[in-house]
Design a protein around this ligand. Sequence first.
Ligand code: 5GP
Ligand code: ZN
Length: 113
Amino acid sequence: MSCLFCRIAAGEIPAKMVYQDEKLLVIEDINPATPLHLLLIPRKHIIGILDLLPEDDHLIGHIFRVAAAIARERGVAESGFRIVANTNADAGQSVFHVHFHLLAGRSMAWPPG
Ligand code: 5GP
Ligand code: ZN
């Protein structure tokens, strides 16, 4: 298995686990861009947003609801947070197993650089 996030999901590569269930895992990003920087990663190997199927609709809704729950738990729901799914080269996608960044803990610029 060569996919980094599949290997983390299988426990072959260690990660700071924040939450996991049968559908997804949430880990701390190894190179945080904000004080809170989590990655929400489905266990299913999906390359990116462009590869989502109708059968994944429930999974994606579940991921966003877990993200909202974590934002509340971590005390950033009111102050604000950002959920990002980088897709392909212009957006800087570097791991080709779909994932959502949960970014929070400081004021963020818009538009992104
Ligand atoms: P992308 O660039 O594809 O949007 O996001 C990939 C993210 O994975 C990056 O923010 C990067 O810091 C993070 N990352 C890369 N390798 C590892 C790793 O081995 N462990 C963890 N926890 N995060 C990683
Ligand atoms: Zn994978």
